[in-house]
Design a protein around this ligand. Structure first.
Ligand code: NIG
Ligand code: FE
Length: 423
């Protein structure tokens, strides 16, 4: 058995009491100024004030001690919404958007998601898996210890399965927890441009059974948006997914308010994601449901759109999570700290609320909270050492990584991308 005692730490963590944190609870972190954590076989067996823990277990029980050197210790980030499996970048589209072409117009003309679909069709599973490892490794170096990755650049059975296989293979090489989501309904392929209902039928009757048979995805997602899929199409697909045992979530109200958040509530989805254009009525509906609002400020930043009304959501009792949405189009970043910075500076979240959003609530959004998302006894010892005294450093030290060390199940897996300020 391996037992490690992490001492001399300023610990900040949300506390998991069985459901996502909402309203004032979202910003109520546990804090141990002189904290310590006992980790046995990768799991937390004690956490709290160092003096109290040492008293309880006795000095003799401490075999290996790791001095956290007064650094701030927080849970590893959980990134609950990414499209990190893709074949190539779309830098030219970024330039087009800067020159005024809207994101959905690029998609209408066969670019955007559809250009990533063409690239995936030509790519091998090895290439896709190598690209996924590349982006997930970068995320890890910035402090992400659990990541959700979607398919969705396949849009036919062969290529959707190829993506999910690439994600599965990548996970074998990555020291992080990877959760795969099937997003076969991410865009309407050109052959179905006049028959989106028929495409949804194909997704339900062909792709979904194959995905379930191979056991390569835990969740099912759909992009509900004007010019993409309607709420009725979303309902059809996600109900079928639930019947076949997948948990559901959706890209909702990203550019237009179609009522995606309402559909998430109706279906008991894990999360409704994006919500830049969500209605006041559906904020109320979400507040009385268990649906997590997964917000992606990197997308608002990159598309130059107004940010989702995060403050209003938290004040109304909606549990808010944050994610990168890492993809080659609308949000190209692997950094959860960047997203936290945007949430604090542009969405009026406090650093404490943003930390809960990027850890525990994010874990609930992908149904991983039993294992990760907070530093509580019984969970995996996934945590970060920050070059700072409080989690505020993540937003305060802008544009660089304040992550000094990354631990996964008690093992050091990355030394952090930033330059340490020293001992
Ligand atoms: O979450 N909105 C749809 N899907 C992604 C973008 C994917 C892409 O542009 O490649 C998103 O923003
Ligand atoms: Fe997305």
């Amino acid at each position: 058995m391996s037992a490690k005692f992490f001492s001399n730490a300023r610990i900040y963590t949300p506390h998991d009491s069985g459901s996502p944190l909402r309203a004032t609870e979202q910003g109520a972190l546990k804090h141990y100024e002189y904290g310590a954590m006992m980790v046995e076989d990768g799991f937390i067996t004690a956490i709290g004030d160092e003096g109290a823990i040492v008293k309880a277990i006795g000095h003799g029980a401490i075999v290996e001690e790791i001095d956290c050197r007064r650094k701030c210790v927080i849970p590893g980030f959980v990134d609950p919404h990414t499209h990190m499996c893709f074949a190539s970048l779309r830098e030219h589209e970024f330039t087009m958007r800067l020159q005024g072409t809207p994101y959905l117009e690029i998609l209408e003309k066969g670019g955007g998601i559809l250009s990533s679909v063409k690239a995936v069709a030509q790519a091998s599973v090895e290439h896709l898996s190598a690209m996924t490892i590349r982006h997930a490794s970068r995320a890890l170096s910035f402090g992400t210890t659990t990541v959700e990755i979607k398919s969705g650049y396949g849009l036919d059975t062969v290529n959707e399965l190829k993506m999910l296989e690439a994600i599965d293979r990548a996970a074998l090489f990555l020291p992080l927890d990877v959760v795969a989501t099937f997003l076969g309904a991410h865009a309407i392929p050109p052959a179905y441009s006049n028959a989106p209902d028929d495409f949804i039928t194909l997704v339900i009757e062909d792709m979904l059974p194959a995905v379930v048979r191979q056991g390569v995805a835990e969740h099912c997602d759909i992009f509900c948006e004007k010019g993409v899929f309607s709420i009725n199409q979303g309902r059809r697909l996600l109900r079928a997914a639930q019947k076949s045992g997948l948990k559901v979530k959706l890209h909702a109200d990203e550019v237009h308010d179609l009522g995606g958040a309402g559909l998430a509530v109706e279906l008991g989805a894990l999360s409704a994601d994006h919500l830049l254009a969500v209605s006041a009525g559906n904020i109320e509906a979400m507040a009385t449901s268990g649906v997590v609002a997964t917000l992606l400020p990197g997308t608002a930043y990159s598309l130059k759109k107004p940010y989702a009304p995060a403050r209003k959501m938290i004040d109304h009792g909606v549990p808010v999570a944050l994610a990168t949405d890492c993809n080659p189009g609308s949000s190209f970043t692997e950094s959860m700290a960047f997203v936290i910075g945007l949430a604090v500076m542009n969405m009026e979240l406090t650093p404490a609320e943003a930390l809960t959003a990027a850890t525990l609530n994010a874990a609930y959004a992908i149904d991983m909270a039993a294992k990760v998302g907070s530093l509580d006894v019984g969970k995996q010892a996934d945590f970060l050492l920050l070059d700072g005294e409080t989690p505020a450093i993540l937003a305060y030290h802008a544009g660089v990584s304040s992550v000094d060390r990354v631990y996964k199940k008690g093992e050091l897996v990355a030394g952090g991308a930033g330059v340490s300020r020293g001992e």
